[in-house]
Design a protein around this ligand. Structure first.
Ligand code: SAM
Ligand code: ZN
Length: 277
């Protein structure tokens, strides 16, 4: 079944429904949002921006695109697809909240998961890259903190290595809809962290296992090993993670000196169901 673009957007200024008119989305009050040449729409009002260029930079997005395109994280995409197929419906709308350059949505489509897709990210660079690579989905620059999406309009929300805002996820999900959240486990990229930090900190207390308004359907772990065999691949991995900014100059130099690196991948996939009202 082909992917269809998601349509239930709402005006980020007044919350009324947006309708697509050729090259723009408009609300009843006359607010109009142009569709960019690459096919995405910017629905993050200036007053809601905390910085001039929020989210991942152009360089981070390019590094993530190269790294993911090489297939290192394909088992994560595969496990995500299996969860969606197992707990979702035969055809469903899907929001990727913090979609980056759209890798996981593209992988789900190639697995034949039938979806009406909305990819959203606060980084214009990420959304621009995603829109260039997939013309059949809807791509939006926006924030998880104030999703420009009609309430109770989405069957599933994905949040991978991102910034979950559960109240917003619960609002846009239909009752009974799915939230799939992917986060790093304790061993994730341990070998890289050992190279760039003088010592490894104990894991931080994470958020509640089951956020309010949701029930836990399943929690699984995906663990595997990858071999990075070039300086470029190691640099791309570092550039797409927060470790690039957290590491000291010496830590970054240690990583830059490596020509190959064996790494543990350890991620947790939580599958949650939004409560029925
Ligand atoms: C670690 S990246 C993960 C990207 C993608 N989910 C992936 O796994 O490839 C985190 C993403 O969240 C985006 N982001 C940061 N704050 C956000 C917010 N408030 N709303 C939506 N996206 C946000 C960043 O721009 C970045 O693309
Ligand atoms: Zn409006």
């Amino acid at each position: 079944m082909p992917t269809t673009p998601f349509q239930a957007l709402r005006c980020p200024i007044d919350g009324s429904a947006l309708t697509r008119h050729d090259k723009s989305w408009r609300c009843e009050a006359g607010h109009s949002y142009d569709v960019a040449r690459e096919g995405y729409v910017h629905l993050l009002p200036v007053q809601n921006k905390r910085s001039k260029d929020p989210g991942d930079s152009k360089e981070m997005v390019a590094a993530r695109r190269r790294f993911l395109h090489a297939g290192y994280y394909r088992p994560i995409a595969h496990a995500l697809g299996q969860s969606l197929l197992c707990h979702g419906q035969s055809s469903m709308s899907c929001l990727d909240a913090g979609c980056g350059e759209g890798y996981y949505l593209r992988e789900l489509q190639s697995m034949g998961v039938p979806l009406s897709i909305l990819g959203l990210d606060i980084s214009k660079w990420a959304v621009q890259a995603a829109a260039k690579l997939d013309k059949s989905s809807t791509w939006v620059v926006g924030s998880n903190a104030n999703l420009p999406i009609v309430s109770a309009s989405v069957d599933s929300v994905l949040c991978l290595f991102g910034f979950p805002v559960y109240t917003e996820f619960a609002r846009v999900l239909k009752p009974g809809g799915l939230l799939l959240q992917v986060d790093t486990g304790e061993q994730h990229l341990r070998e890289l962290r050992e190279v760039i930090y003088p010592s490894l900190k104990p894991p931080r207390d994470s958020e509640p296992l089951v956020p309010e308004g949701f029930s836990l359907l399943e929690q699984s772990t995906v663990c595997f090993a990858i071999e990075l065999e070039s300086r470029e691949a190691i640099a791309d991995l570092l550039a797409m993670t927060p470790h690039l900014y957290r590491a000291s100059q010496a830590g970054r130099e240690n990583a830059a000196a490596l020509e190959r690196l064996s790494l543990s991948i350890d991620v947790r996939i939580k599958c949650l169901r939004r409560a029925l009202d």
